[in-house]
Each structure stands twice: as C-alpha cells, then as structure tokens.
Write a protein that binds this ligand. Sequence first.
Ligand code: AGP
Length: 368
Amino acid sequence: EQIKKGNYDHFMQKEIHEQPHSLTTTMRGRLKDNSVVLGGLKDHLKTIRHSRRIIFIGCGTSYNAALAARPFLEELSGIPVTMELASDLLDRQGPIYREDTAVFVSQSGETADTLLALEYALGNGALCVGVTNTVGSTLARRTHCGVHINAGCEIGVASTKAYTSQIVVMAMMALAIGADKISTQARREAIINGLSDLPKKVAEVLKLDGEMRDLAKSLIDTQSLLVFGRGYNYATALEGALKVKEVALMHSEGLLAGEMKHGPLALVDETLPIIVIATHDACFSKQQSVIQQLHARKGRLIVMCSVGDAASVCPMGSCRVIEVPQVADCLQPVINIIPMQLLAYHLTVLRGYDVDQPRNLAKSVTTE
Ligand code: AGP
C-alpha cells in the first residue's frame, strides 16, 4: 500500500495531485484536428442527436460531474438535458421514453441505485450510454454504448480525479454530439483548445496546496461551511461541500447563489464561513452582487476568483481570496474543484480523521 501511495501520505492526496496526468490519459487519442473522436459513441451519435431529451443519471460525485456538464451539453447539442439522482428516479418511477437518451455516470460502474435506474431505462426503451472508470463493470456491460474515463484506479473513498475526468469526458461528448452544427464551430474549437491546455492549468492550480492548508487551519474548529456557486459552478459548490462533508466530517452545504435570498441569507453572520465561487464567466457580475450582499451582512467571506480579479471581487480587502487560473468558461469547474479538494483533504488531516476511509462510507455502494 505504501508503495502505491508513492511519496504521498494518503491515496486521496495522491489522486488529487495526479490530476494533470489522469486528465491527459482521459483525453489521449480523443482530440484530433479540432474535433473529438469517441470510438464508443460514434455509431450512436445520430440517434443521440435525434433524442427528444438527454437525461443524466448518477449518484453523489458522479451526479455532480454530470451537473457541471449539463450547461454546455445543452448549449452545444440544443437538446434539453435533465438531471436525475438515481434513487429519486426509482422512487418516483419517473417517465422515460424510447426517444430519450439516458446517460449513466458512475466511477465504479457498480453503484446499485445507478444500475437499477439503468435497468429501468432499458425497460422503457431509452438509448442508454455509460460513462465509467471501470472497464468490464456492470454499467459498461449493460449500456448500449459509452465512454471510459480512463482516470486510472481510484482508491480514496472521496472521488477526486474521477470527477474531473468525468467532466472532461462529458465535455468531449457534448463536442461530439454538437459537431454537426456550423453555428457553434468557433466555440467548439475554443473548447478543444482549452481541453488541450487543461492539464497544464490543473498543475498550476495545484500550487495552491499550501494556501489551502492555511485556509484549512483557519477553519479547523468551525461547525459549518457554506459554498455558493451558480451557472457552470453550481456543481462545484455541491461537489466542494460534499468533499468537506464526507472526509472532514464537517457540516457543509453547497448552494445555488441565485437562491441565496430565498432562505440561506438568514444564516449569515460574522462566524459562519462562506465560500463564494466568482470566477470570470457570464454570471460574474451577479456573483459580485452576491458578495456585496453577504459583505453588507458582515459575512465571513472566502472568494474564489480568476487570477487578477481579487480587487474587483473584494474591493475593501475584507475577504480572503483564492485566485485560480482562468480557462474556457465551461471547463472552469475542472479547475475550481481542485482548491476545494485540497481544502477537504487538509481539513481532514488537521482534524485527525481517516482520509481514505471515512467512517460509515464505502467506495462503491452496491446495495440500494
Ligand atoms: C464520492 O466522493 C462519494 N464517495 C460518492 O458520492 C460516490 O460518488 C457515489 O457513491 C457514486 O459512486 P459511483 O461514481 O461509483 O457510482
């Protein structure tokens, strides 16, 4: 076990730091001459393009990765994309039709709820696509087609490198599905260039390790943490909060910033730490206004922004700022989750909890 961890103390730490490599592996051989080639999907692209909707189905981190991919899949395909937590779909026996494409996302490919939802969708005649890290898994075998994320074996119960590879695979799927649209060609080319640059940018953001350890020290005794995101980074808020919750055993909640005034604002005081994700994209000015409102209520603010934006997100210098490299807006969730993963890791170590095997959790949840 020690050998496999290399120079790292924990698998989670190793898996966070190997993301420049795992993302490279995820994309290897799939980006060619300004286009994306996904062998496992190519015979089904036409059917997917004619779907009446695409449904993402998964649990936990895999669901969050799909949520991060949803905006640009909608943008590039022009097809409505809906989200389903596998257990909720099963509880409701929600309608699924043969004109639907159901995309199942699962690192292990063995999560019981996701597999039961897959059988349900197959029974309803939908085209079923798998996105998994595990070759030969039940998910890979039971779906009609799919894409392996090729992130390499993930041991830590907290999913880290699989999350970023899942987003990248779904970005590539969106590019492949939308490849027949001339109107979005320039946008697609910009995203493909962004994908090629991504491992380098991930290596850059990993240099925040020390800074995130310092931040973790300042949060070690807090009871609770809120994370506000929106747009492409609503998923980052949910996933960042999930990481802190599951390994650092600290209550944390990811929230849609657009919902702040509809309840969560009542929680704001000088003690509750709030992370606001405000990197540069179409929602930036709305996030600036969220920061101002939280500031006016004396919130304890930690703002994640693009490099160079510190002064505009935090004019009074009254909040702690985490500056991250800027990439294509739809790929920014891959960058933004990394400081959150580092924060969760360091909080866990500092609080003295088990990093790789948090209490009560299993890597793969094979019972309903
Ligand atoms: C991730 O950190 C969690 N341990 C958990 O939410 C996990 O993502 C979920 O159980 C789904 O697992 P899967 O991707 O293997 O289906």
